[in-house]
Ligand binder design. Structure first.
Ligand SMILES: Cc1cc2nc3c(=O)[nH]c(=O)nc-3n(C[C@H](O)[C@H](O)[C@H](O)COP(=O)(O)OP(=O)(O)OC[C@H]3O[C@@H](n4cnc5c(N)ncnc54)[C@H](O)[C@@H]3O)c2cc1C
Length: 342
């Protein structure tokens, strides 16, 4: 491990997918003298990246978001970390089916291959689905599952190998020193680094870090519940990480994504459960990780019932792992990026 530096051109705080990806890109653009810091251990420091379901559905009505998603997916393809599974958004109501017609328009406009399926056609692709309760599906063959932890690691390591980046894990940022509204130095438990550029890529912790510099990053840590249900025979027999298209049950705000022999059931339907960034437990205090909080079962039960309605086999299997996962929500559901405006 190299000596802790006292100066750097650029300090990036946070080694989740965002921080790792950023240092990889900056290195390719010729940036040198960079330092990446994370308070957790590597390769999985305990942020949201370590336990994401990791799927990518490319179609969005917003053109910028759709093209940004396609650009992200291309990067995973370039790193050999993109596993194409296909994905089907299913409708339980006529209104949702109508929305799928609009999605077809967006998909065609942004050049994404997609098609509408009848319930019988959905069943052909996903034999364990209860086609009687759906009215149709919006199928995107290019939907994929990626490895964000490994891709981030590769991007970070490419910058290190080029000699452009030093990395410090288990190093916590405690303060940001400012002068005339500009960050001058990053104070950590290992020492103080003066820097020309400082990037906050701290996911759910970002508002807490921004506050150290008197700035505000408008995002809120929110719970997204997820359970891994299995083993399930038909999934085990497929002998693959993802053999069946990912299902998004759009009217119940749930998804079902195969992960080898079991099924991840994710829910956005529960009551809003928010957390202040200062209340997120430390790595040491966490049983799993700071962003894998214990499942609040009562919130999950109604969604599990709806998932079982769609896939009966889920009712016969055990819940192996279940969390109140933490992710970032912004006021307009768009990303927060760019320079701090004074
Ligand atoms: C259950 C679940 C499922 C998900 N599924 C998907 C999905 O299928 N597809 C998708 O696109 N997204 C998904 N997400 C969202 C995705 O996980 C996040 O958007 C993404 O991982 C955020 O990455 P990040 O780099 O911004 O943050 P993080 O990965 O959280 O990284 C932030 C880092 O900052 C570090 N840090 C914080 N404070 C400090 C400090 N003081 N000093 C030093 N370091 C610090 C942390 O240790 C952490 O490593 C899911 C999220 C959850 C919870």
């Amino acid at each position: 491990m190299s000596e802790f530096p006292t100066r750097a051109k650029c300090v990036v705080i946070g080694a989740g997918i965002v921080g790792n990806c950023l240092v990889g890109h900056l290195s390719k653009l010729g940036w040198t003298d960079m330092v990446l810091i994370d308070k957790g251990p590597l390769p999985n420091p305990g942020g949201s990246t370590g336990h994401a379901s990791n799927f990518i559905f490319p179609t969005d009505h917003n053109k910028e978001m759709a093209l940004l998603t396609l650009a992200s997916q291309r990067q995973y393809i370039d790193h050999g970390m993109n596993n194409t599974s296909g994905g089907i958004e299913v409708a339980r109501t006529p209104e949702r089916l109508e929305e799928f017609n609009r999605r077809m328009t967006s998909a065609k406009s942004w050049g994404i291959d997609a098609r509408l399926l009848t319930p019988a056609q959905v069943k052909e692709l996903v034999p364990f689905i209860n086609e009687k309760i759906i009215l149709g599906g919006f199928y995107t063959p290019s939907v994929s599952v990626v490895d964000s932890l490994q891709t981030g690691t590769l991007m970070r390591e490419s910058a290190q190998k080029a000699g452009h980046l030093k990395v410090f894990a288990n190093t916590e940022v405690l303060d940001l020193e400012t002068e005339n509204g500009t960050i001058k130095a990053v104070v950590t438990n290992k020492g103080r680094i003066e820097a020309e550029y400082v990037v906050i890529a701290c996911g759910v912790w970002s508002p807490r870090i921004a506050e150290m510099a008197g700035a505000n990053i408008p995002l809120t840590p929110a719970v997204h519940q997820m359970a891994d249900v299995g083993p399930i025979d038909i999934l085990q027999q497929s002998n693959a990480e993802v053999a069946y298209p990912i299902i998004r049950d759009m009217d119940t705000f749930c998804y079902e994504r195969q992960t080898a022999g079991s099924m991840e059931v994710g829910s956005y339907a529960h009551r809003p459960i928010f957390m202040h960034p200062n209340d997120i437990p430390s790595n040491e205090e966490s049983a799993l990780s700071p962003t894998e909080l214990p499942l609040t079962q009562d919130d999950f039960d109604p969604q599990m019932e709806q998932a079982i309605e769609l896939m009966e086999m889920l009712g016969d299997a055990e819940i192996k792992y279940a969390i109140n996962g933490l992710l970032s929500l912004t006021p307009d559901a768009m990303p927060v990026l760019g320079e701090r405006q004074r």
